[in-house]
Design a protein around this ligand. Structure first.
Ligand code: ADP
Length: 207
């Protein structure tokens, strides 16, 4: 429902000052109570405001789940980005395992000599590589990583909810947040993980 400017002003006044009587709302708008009557009737009939005799008008608010979903829709991944752990494609599997422990992450993002994003190497990829009997001290990560065109990534201005969906759909733990370079490839700018989503989820309920 499209509210008129005056109706929006009334809602704001009631939100900030409610419960408030019709007379007091009229006073604040420098209008008479009679002038406001149709607007107040529309606002109460549509459920935007509620009125109680001798108490006045008040803003009932929205159900909490509606508020949460509306808020979530506004969240953009760049505001929740964490530090991406980026390694060169020649790094050995052994060094990649050490990096995963030292940096305490589940996934490494792999770049080439130009800094272009070319792969992802997860814990399971490293575990698999360690089990096949090859020398992990010489084998580079670019042999075992997931590469284009199978990479999933997200641009900085995309929504958190889109990132969450993508991680569920692709069954992966994290996504690199990327920006497009002049050469058409991507640069890794950040990272969003299932842990980030869990933290956001909890914060929404604590607000
Ligand atoms: P783990 O291997 O620790 O369970 P994931 O579930 O994230 O971690 O990874 C599962 C598989 O998906 C791995 O082979 C990994 O290379 C791949 N993978 C992880 N992240 C991505 C991504 N952003 N794009 C494409 N593939 C990915």
């Amino acid at each position: 429902m499209e509210l008129s400017k005056r109706q929006q002003q009334i809602v704001e006044i009631v939100k900030n000052n409610g419960p408030i009587t019709g007379e007091h709302i009229a006073e604040r708008l420098d209008l008479t109570r009679a002038t406001l009557r149709p607007d107040l009737a529309i606002l109460t009939m549509s459920g935007i405001l509620e009125a109680r005799p001798r108490v006045g008008y008040y803003y009932p608010g929205k159900p909490k789940n509606k508020l949460i979903s509306e808020q979530l829709k506004k969240y953009v991944v760049k505001d929740y980005s964490s530090h991406p752990v980026v390694v060169k494609s020649e790094m050995t599997v052994y060094d990649a395992i050490c990096t995963i422990f030292l940096e305490d992450v589940s996934t490494l993002f792999v770049i080439n000599e130009h800094g272009d994003f070319i792969g992802v190497c997860s814990r399971k990829d490293l575990l698999r590589a360690s089990m096949i009997g090859q020398d992990i001290h010489t084998m580079p990560v670019n042999i075992i990583m997931t590469r284009m065109p199978n990479l999933n990534y997200i641009l900085e201005n995309e929504r958190v909810i889109y990132a969450a969906n993508l991680m569920i759909e692709k069954e992966i733990d994290s996504l690199p947040i990327v920006s497009k370079k002049d050469n058409g490839n991507f640069e890794v700018k950040g990272r969003i993980s299932k842990t980030t989503i869990t933290k956001i989820f909890v914060s929404l309920f604590n607000e």
